[in-house]
Design a protein around this ligand. Structure first.
Ligand code: FAD
Length: 291
């Protein structure tokens, strides 16, 4: 049986208290949210925090609401809540698509949006979905808060800009009416991490692409984004040929690694194909068609 190293434990009931506790317990303290990533890492001794600050009772971080022209999602929102949110579904169907294929109901009932982003696993689905819709995150410390675009949030595999003593508190997604979005993933079996995955958001002006966002997971895309394919799409006709070409461009700029989920060429091929499929579905939804 794998057992974590000894650690202290403290429970916070507010953001201020969590920040206070993080400061008190010093650099080796870690926040625990759903625990679905941190606890397994502690059992394997890949993480050895000296203290866990439990934020599960910080209810002020559990919400989904619209404020101005933004969808705002508290860091403690569970995967299952994002999946079931009608408000989110009204604006961005990409999240229900992604959540349906993240793990299983047990993990989704407990795992949080903030924990997923802070874990920064290169195969993490929500990072790709949030990248596609141009999200940013709010990071708070005792000194104040900063808003970080998702394109600057990840600094490497399992590494983000969140520093010692800081808490991710919120994800913000701009609401841009009239678009469509979708997420497509290939996994080896139900509930598994992605072999490759792509999310797309598309806004059309008639039959021309006015704006597009593409996020990729598990294929080594910089900041989970297919920036070159996004740029190519703007001003192009929203056709099958255009989406296939965007898929080719996205695939070219990936940097997958070979592992038990497949070789490099296979993952690169999937990145292209899934980008095309996500774009096709997103454009159909933007036109009010079923996809
Ligand atoms: C069997 C299984 C299958 C899975 N499959 C998938 C999958 O297919 N796709 C996918 O994307 N994910 C998958 N996951 C991961 C899942 O989505 C987890 O919920 C997620 O990785 C972590 O969320 P958590 O709330 O459990 O975070 P925790 O494990 O509590 O924390 C993870 C890390 O984030 C930090 N942290 C947490 N919250 C905050 C915060 N608010 N501010 C600052 N730091 C914070 C913690 O200190 C820790 O370092 C899977 C997990 C399991 C166990």
């Amino acid at each position: 049986m794998q057992v974590p190293a000894a650690f202290e434990y403290a429970k916070a009931t507010s953001v201020d208290q969590a920040l206070e506790l993080l400061a008190q317990h010093g650099e080796d303290a870690r926040v625990i949210a759903g625990g679905h990533s941190l606890i397994p890492m502690m059992k394997l001794r890949l993480a050895r925090p000296t203290a866990l600050i439990d934020i599960n009772d910080v209810t002020e971080l559990s919400y989904i609401r619209v404020e101005g022209a933004e969808l705002r999602i508290g860091a403690l929102t569970r995967h299952a809540e994002l999946l079931e949110s009608r408000l989110v579904g009204e604006h961005y169907r990409i999240f229900a698509d992604a959540e349906k294929v993240i793990a299983d109901p047990l993990v989704r009932n407990r795992g949080t949006i903030g924990g997923s982003l802070c874990q920064a696993d290169p195969a993490e689905d929500l990072s790709a979905a949030f990248a596609a819709v141009d999200a940013s995150v709010v990071v708070r410390s005792r000194a104040g808060e900063r808003v970080v675009p998702l394109t600057e949030f990840h600094v490497g595999p399992y590494e983000t800009v969140v520093q010692e003593g800081e808490l991710l508190t919120e994800v913000r997604v701009p609401i841009r009416p009239g678009g469509g979005s979708a997420y497509r993933k290939v996994e080896r079996r139900v509930g598994d991490w992605a072999v490759a995955a792509a999310g797309a958001a598309v806004w059309l002006d008639g039959d021309t692409v006015q704006r597009a966002g593409i996020g990729l997971a598990a294929v080594g895309a910089e900041h989970f984004r297919a920036a070159e394919a996004q740029e190519y799409l703007v001003g192009q006709p929203a056709t099958e040929e255009t989406f296939a070409q965007a898929g080719r461009i996205a695939a070219e700029h990936t940097n997958p690694t070979a592992d038990q989920r497949g070789p490099v060429d296979y993952k690169r091929h999937l990145a292209g194909e899934l980008t095309t499929r996500a774009l096709r579905a997103a454009a159909a939804r933007a036109r009010g068609q079923e996809a």
